[in-house]
Ligand binder design. Structure first.
Ligand code: SF4
Length: 242
């Protein structure tokens, strides 16, 4: 039997998938031409997680779901296509901070890549390193609400939220199911001074997403927040690699 591949520390990323071009489907860059790196692994277990294949061994063969890619592999992939916006998502990208630092610095070092915007999507439970903060364009932070099924101390880390807010690079994207969930968002945004705020409906099919967007639209407007679709879901349902 072939032994499992072991990633080299600080040189290899454990990746679930790379894909693009596609559209960024969520948050402030919705609709933008984008490429994605979906990193493997998450320390949380939201009941409605839309990417369980990155970390849930009860439903997926995780050995088949992970790929070891070197920084050079990823730089070659990026060089093969014009990349304006690179979205690093997961899973939880902050679980691989050192190699992610090296990747971002390598991208920034390439003379043709200085203008690539890099968004890192995170649950806001692990702080970014200083190097990641310097190299990233934006953190799309998605603190989880009670309906995630997580206990509060698992999903809300006050020091991490304050740290991310202090970077000046964080936008806050809350996954919402019901109008009443907005009160919980309000409590968090006021407690930790989180802004700007995007509200995004939970759902992995276009019908659910659209129904919830329509339900949430007026209440979100009345709180002067932003509303995010899940554009990839509206266009392609729950297809992988979109
Ligand atoms: S934090 Fe994200 S990747 Fe992790 S379980 Fe929750 S929704 Fe899934």
């Amino acid at each position: 039997m072939k032994p499992p591949t072991v990633p080299a520390p600080d040189r290899d990323l454990v990746v679930n998938e790379t894909f693009g071009p596609t559209f960024q489907g969520e948050g402030p860059s919705t609709g933008r031409y984008a490429h994605f790196i979906r990193l493997f692994g998450c320390h949380l277990s939201c009941t409605w997680c839309d990417t369980p294949h990155t970390h849930d061994p009860t439903r997926y063969d995780l050995t088949a779901e992970q790929r070891i890619l070197s920084i050079d592999d990823i730089l070659s992939w990026l060089a093969a296509a014009p990349v304006d916006l690179l979205v690093i998502t997961g899973g939880e990208p902050m679980l691989q901070p050192r190699v992610l630092e090296r990747l971002l610095l390598a991208i920034r070092d390439r003379s043709l890549a200085t203008d690539i915007e890099i968004e890192i999507e995170t649950s806001g439970t692990i702080p970014p390193t200083d190097l990641l903060t310097a190299a990233a364009t934006r953190f799309n932070v998605s603190p989880k609400l009670a309906h995630s099924g997580l206990r509060r101390h698992q999903r809300i880390r006050p020091a991490v939220l304050r740290h991310l807010a202090g970077t000046g690079k964080a936008v806050w994207k809350f996954v919402v199911q019901e109008i009443d969930d907005l009160d919980e968002v309000q409590e968090l945004t006021e407690a930790y001074d989180l802004h700007p705020v995007w509200i995004m409906p939970e759902g992995t099919d276009s019908s659910t997403v659209l129904t919830r967007m329509r339900l949430l639209a007026e209440p979100v407007l009345s709180r002067r927040w932003h509303l995010s679709p899940r554009l990839h879901t509206l266009l392609w349902e729950n297809d992988r690699g979109r």
